[in-house]
Ligand binder design. Structure first.
Ligand code: C2E
Ligand code: CA
Ligand code: CA
Length: 571
């Protein structure tokens, strides 16, 4: 109780009356629980309110006053967005004034004369509580940056909307901006925020016009529920144009997933999950902006769900296996290393390629368990080779950028090599592209620490990703691994210029180069002429299961030992 009173005492109440006796009486009543401020007319009150709008909890207003009347004051408050949220109680003895006051936004009345202090106190308290509850609800309903609904309220209202009009076919849409994290990274968060606001404004007007509902789900992801329509091209155009019209703007690419005529029997969140699946299906596909959820996507989704359900068992039952693909030194033609590539041999679905499950596990976080498992297998393999007297070559492990969010990544890898007594230079880190947004600074710092501890760092898939040039500038690297598409393109078109420039670029950056996906002797020759350092591909060997890899090492690895030059080791 004491605490409650103390709380209330901190609230400011503004009493506006031209008659001193009225001000004194009200002050006397309210003073016990509130801090009372006074004004003698509407103009004075308005000035006070403008200066302290967010500190004044309620205004008690007389109507008949000189300079500026109560009505004029109410009109001015109604017109001002910042003042409108402050509740006004009108004090009057004339019934006629009530309707007009209500229309002007007054919330309650107190009758003159003030002969019931308890009632006045109770009314003031109730109005303050109501106003405060209302502002809490509004804050919780809306996303702070864009003013759209937040996801919790959106789902609640969307559900209600569907219940109210069960016959109306509705579409669920998920929308996001391609590479939004790069826009933030390059142009700053403030600029990114502006883009989100412009997008939200357009989306809001569209949902108002179409009788729909929209929200910011989080980050750059927006949801829209609206009555079915055959095409969303014009909505996308309108948003993209609005963003492009911003001062100093850039071209952005929206990605929209539509689950049309959504099945209302499904939970509302599930309906949007399907739209999200459609939206994700065109990630990095620059030919499409809008994708519809269909049977094929549904089957993929079911397949993914099965993989997710089975993943833990797969690890426990050793269905997940690590294969090794040799890498060669192009000058000496000796084995110079191997890349560890994971495979899933599923009891009913058979061989599943990592391309099918790695991106999935990246998104659901399972990769933080799977990758360390693969690394451990690699350490065990190095120990086995050592114990068997086989040539010892460094093994590259693929580390997704997403893994760099794991706080103790460096300690985890170091403790692994320590535990197995392995020199860090025997473990190469292949930094792979990641679909999820990453923290570039964290990636850079972690890589540097790994490098300082003796690990060799390779940048995977150079030329395929979108941020690799930035990566070259900001990351501590030893080796650039040319993406397979570069060599494929050169082979197909007989145009080797991109390949040449990529190798030249690596040379300028003092990086060694590895070409992957080498399949023919012509490709190998071209790479040799262009000065590439290492090669990997079917021309030499497919990725091999452990035992076959060991046999391969025994048969082909003697050069490596005899030559004693394992250049990747000498970094
Ligand atoms: P990547 O790291 O670019 O791996 C090279 C891919 O090319 C492998 O596919 C490999 O089998 C294939 N390949 C090798 N030589 C040739 C060739 O001469 N021709 C052709 N056409 N293909 C060749 P794979 O094993 O299916 O792996 C796909 C991707 O999955 C990998 O791409 C890598 O990004 C990811 N991945 C594989 N294993 C792991 C892992 O343990 N952890 C993580 N995080 N990612 C992995
Ligand atoms: Ca790789
Ligand atoms: Ca690669």
């Amino acid at each position: 109780m004491i605490h409650q009173i103390e709380q209330q005492m901190r609230r400011n109440v503004l009493v506006v009356d031209d008659e001193i006796i009225n001000r004194q009486m009200l002050g006397y009543i309210l003073d016990t629980e509130y801090h009372v401020l006074y004004a003698e007319n509407g103009a004075e009150a308005l000035e006070l309110l403008r200066a302290r709008a967010d500190q004044i909890s309620v205004v008690l207003l007389d109507i008949l006053m000189p300079v500026m009347s109560g009505f004029e004051f109410l009109e001015a408050v109604k017109a001002d967005e910042a003042l409108r949220r402050v509740p006004v109680i009108v004090m009057t003895s004339e019934r006629d004034a009530e309707l007009k006051s209500l229309k002007l936004g007054a919330v309650d009345f107190i009758k003159k004369p003030y002969d019931m202090p308890e009632i006045i106190l109770a009314r003031v308290q109730r109005i303050i509580e109501l106003a405060e509850d209302q502002s809490i609800i509004q804050a919780a309903e809306n996303d702070e940056l864009t003013g759209l609904y937040n996801k919790e309220f959106f789902f609640k209202y969307a559900e209600r909307m569907q219940q109210l009009s069960p016959e109306q076919p509705m579409d669920a849409l998920v929308m996001d901006i391609e590479h939004f994290h790069l826009i933030n990274e390059r142009r700053g968060r403030g600029f990114g925020d502006q883009i989100l606001k412009v997008l939200a404004e357009r989306l809001h007007s569209f949902s108002m016009e179409s009788g729909g509902l929209s929200c910011r789900y989080g980050g750059d992801v927006f949801y829209l529920l609206c009555p079915h329509r055959p095409d969303y091209g014009s909505l996308v155009d309108a948003i993209q144009r609005a963003i492009q019209a911003m001062p100093d703007s850039i071209r952005v690419r929206l990605r929209v997933g539509v689950y049309e005529n959504a099945d209302k029997q499904l939970e509302i969140e599930r309906q949007f999950d399907s739209a999200k699946v459609a939206c994700d299906s065109i990630r990095n596909d620059h030919t499409r902006t809008v994708a519809y959820y269909d049977q094929e996507l549904h089957e993929t989704e079911v397949f993914h769900e099965n993989l997710i359900n089975d993943m833990q068992r797969a690890m426990d039952e050793r269905q997940i296996q690590v294969y090794f693909q040799p890498k060669y030194d192009i000058r000496t033609n000796c084995i110079a290393g191997a890349e560890a590539l994971v495979r899933w041999i599923h009891p009913t679905m058979g061989f599943i390629s990592p391309g099918a499950f790695i991106p999935l596990f990246e998104r659901n976080g399972f990769l933080t368990l799977l990758d360390p498992y693969v690394w451990e297998k690699c350490c065990q393999e190095i120990v086995r080779c050592r114990e068997k007297g086989l040539p010892l070559v460094p093994i590259s492990i693929n580390v997704s950028r997403m893994l760099f969010d794991v706080k103790d990544l460096v300690d985890q890898i170091i403790s692994l090599t320590d535990r197995y007594g392995i020199d860090p230079s025997l473990l190469h880190i292949e930094l792979t592209e990641s679909a999820s947004a990453e923290n570039p600074l964290q990636v850079a710092q972690t890589l540097k620490k790994l490098h300082d501890n003796g690990f060799i760092i390779e940048l995977d898939d150079f030329g395929a990703g979108y941020s690799t040039l930035t990566s070259l500038r900001t990351l501590t690297l030893d080796i650039m691994k040319l993406d397979m598409s570069i060599i494929r393109h050169a082979s197909r078109t007989k145009d080797f210029s991109i390949l040449r420039y990529a190798i030249l670029l690596a040379e300028c950056m003092k990086l060694k180069t590895v070409a992957e996906g080498v399949e023919t002797s012509q490709e190998l020759e071209a790479l040799r002429v262009l000065g590439c350092d290492y090669v990997q591909g079917y021309y030499y060997s497919k990725p091999l299961p452990r035992d076959e890899f060991e046999t391969y090492l025994k048969e082909h690895g003697s050069n490596a030992l005899l030559g004693g030059t394992l250049p990747l080791l000498q970094q």
